[in-house]
Ligand binder design. Structure first.
Ligand SMILES: C[S@@+](CC[C@H](N)C(=O)[O-])C[C@H]1O[C@@H](n2cnc3c(N)ncnc32)[C@H](O)[C@@H]1O
Length: 353
């Protein structure tokens, strides 16, 4: 394994996710899998010391790098500014999440793992659309991106990303290929955005997914009997009854979806996120334990009790039943299933904004 790390004695900054990929063979495989054409403009997020950048410069018409760490910016400038690649090499110093991006055809990067989720959505919201992205992520995140219904990692992220793109897992990369080695395993994935994207309201779509994946192993009948879910939906129902629904351009809509996902990430922060994950796990375990009782409650309720129920809840139950979805569980539903549910709910004035 050839060590291509910068010779300067730079201490890598963990909060910037600085784990430099040092295995030349893997770097080469990433570039090969990107199928770069000589006419392509390539975007690289977090070039670090420039090991991947150099290989990209050999193949592409132009490489645009976005790097947050000023020390890395100095390293990169030294390495490429006066090299044979000086004309092709463009560098934006700053945070990728807030940077204004120029046009690019491909995105190829070993990304900072701590911004993986907003990074993917920022790319998917970018217009004009790019052709393909080949990206290294923490392995569990990569598995969540490609997870299909029935898989335990299948989640809101999987459904959202797969609605907007085709995602494939390309290869696993072990910790020892990095310096310093990260605590987690890594994987490379390919993302090809759908073009055009499906013409739906992404705010509503994500609203439905949030509710469903919050308790993904429950039956829909149990999920939609939750008091706070019913309260929100009933509120939306009355507001929309009065104000009507605004029709929105789907590309604009995706941008709104991305801003709300980014805000969520901001609010969470790392510490809060860990706490929330722990709590989610506990809730999920509790949910799984009590699941059969809750579901039974829905399916075998005496007729008399059902008729005295909240009419709004009965309306939702009717929609679920008439679409054969009463006993379905989000973890097993594909995007067509969620779309069918969204259309059926919307047709009855029930909205998830
Ligand atoms: C995992 S390292 C990858 C370095 C290099 N591409 C490689 O493959 O060896 C992540 C890089 O992203 C940079 N980075 C971290 N957060 C960033 C952000 N928000 N925007 C741009 N770059 C960022 C880090 O400084 C670091 O150089």
């Amino acid at each position: 394994m050839k060590n291509t790390v910068s010779k300067s004695n730079m201490v890598f900054n963990k909060s910037f996710g600085q784990h430099i990929l040092i295995n030349q063979q893997i770097l080469q495989m990433i570039v090969d899998k990107s199928a770069i054409r000589p006419t392509d403009i390539v975007l690289e997020i977090g070039p670090g010391t420039g090991n991947l950048t150099e290989l990209l410069l050999q193949r592409a018409k132009q490489v645009i790098c976005v790097e947050i760490d000023p020390r890395m910016v100095i390293e990169l400038t030294k390495r490429f500014k006066y090299s044979q690649y000086s004309d092709k090499f463009k560098l934006i110093q700053g945070d990728f999440l807030t940077a204004e991006l120029p046009f690019f055809d491909l995105c190829v990067a070993n990304v900072p793992y701590q911004i993986s989720s907003p990074l993917v959505f920022k790319l998917l919201a970018q217009r004009p659309l790019w052709r393909c992205a080949v990206l290294m992520f923490q392995q569990e995140f990569a598995f969540r991106l490609v997870a299909k219904p029935g898989n335990e990692l299948y989640c809101r992220l999987s459904a959202n990303v797969q609605m907007l793109s085709r995602v494939d897992h390309l290869m696993k990369v072990g910790k020892n290929n990095f310096k310093p080695p990260p605590k987690v395993e890594s994987s490379v994935v390919r993302i090809e955005p759908k073009n055009p994207i499906p013409n739906i309201n992404y705010i509503e779509w994500d609203g439905l997914l949030r509710i469903c994946f919050n308790r993904k192993n429950k039956q829909l009948s149990a999920i939609f009997k939750n008091k706070s879910v019913l309260k929100t939906l009933e509120h939306n129902f009355h507001v929309i009854e009065q104000e009507g629904i605004k029709v929105n351009d789907p590309a604009n809509n995706v941008k709104q979806l991305i801003s709300s996902i980014m805000e969520e990430e901001d609010v969470k922060g790392k510490g809060k996120k860990d706490k929330k994950d722990k709590k989610d796990k506990q809730n999920q375990q509790k949910g799984e334990e009590s699941e059969s009782d809750d579901d039974e409650d829905n399916n075998q309720q005496p007729e008399k009790q059902q008729t005295t129920q909240n009419p709004f809840r009965l309306k939702i139950n009717e929609i679920l039943k008439s679409n054969d979805m009463f006993q379905m569980r989000p973890v097993k539903m594909d995007n067509d299933g969620f779309l069918q549910l969204l259309c059926a709910m919307n047709a009855q004035g029930i909205h998830f904004k």
